[in-house]
Design a protein around this ligand. Sequence first.
Ligand SMILES: C[S@@+](CC[C@H](N)C(=O)[O-])C[C@H]1O[C@@H](n2cnc3c(N)ncnc32)[C@H](O)[C@@H]1O
Length: 209
Amino acid sequence: MLKFVHQAIRDIRTTGSVFPSSPALAKAMTRSLRNHRGEKKILEVGPGTGPFTSAILDALRGHDSFDIVEVNEVFCAHLEHRLLKDYRAHHPSIRVKLHAMPIEQAPLEGGYDFVICGLPFNNFPLALTQSIFDQLLALMRDGGEMTYFEYAGVRTIKRPFIGASGRDHIRRFEAFRQSTSKAHIVTKRLVVANFPPAHAMRIIKRQGS
Ligand SMILES: C[S@@+](CC[C@H](N)C(=O)[O-])C[C@H]1O[C@@H](n2cnc3c(N)ncnc32)[C@H](O)[C@@H]1O
C-alpha cells in the first residue's frame, strides 16, 4: 500500500490513483477468466503492486500463459520479488513473463483470450487512449475479452472544475466509448467495495473488428 501511495505522489499521471484496487475489484476484473474452462492466454497491463495479478495467478492452470506489462520499474521489482519469483518456482509448466516497459513498446505476439487492463485512461490524452485500445484489441483473438476499470462518476465530478478544454476532452472520451460500444459488446459491473467505487468494464471483441 505505502509503495503504491509513494509512486502515486511521484507520478500521478501514469499511476492514475492514490490507492491500489481492492480485492472486490480484483474479483470483478478477473471473473470471466476464473470461470473459463480450458487453456488460456492472458495479458495484464498496468499491474501496479499487483492486486489483479494475484487473482490472475490464482486462476492459472496447466499450460496457461501470462504476460504482464508495467512501465514503472519500482512496481516491476516489487512484482518480481513479492509474487512472480515464487510462483514460477512452484508452477514450472505455466509461462509467466513480466515486460518492464510501456505497453506501446511491448513485443507481444497476440492471440490473447483475456486482457486485464489497469491503465488510468482518464489521465491519458485521448489519442493515446485510442491507440492503446486499438493495440489491445488487435492483440486479442475474436471473442476474446478485455476488462478495464473506471472510477464511478469521475467525469461528472471533474466536469465543473476543469474548464472548457477539460470538458471537451470528456466529451470526446465519451464519444470514443460510445463508438467502442457499437463495434463490440460492452458490459459494466459496479464495485462499491473499492476506494473510490469503480466500474469493471468488459469488452468482448466482435469477429473481424
Ligand atoms: C491506476 S494504476 C493501477 C494499478 C493496479 N492495477 C491497481 O488496480 O491497483 C495504473 C498502472 O498502470 C501503469 N502504467 C501507466 N502507463 C503505462 C503504460 N503506458 N504501459 C504500462 N503500464 C503503465 C502505472 O505504472 C500503474 O502501475
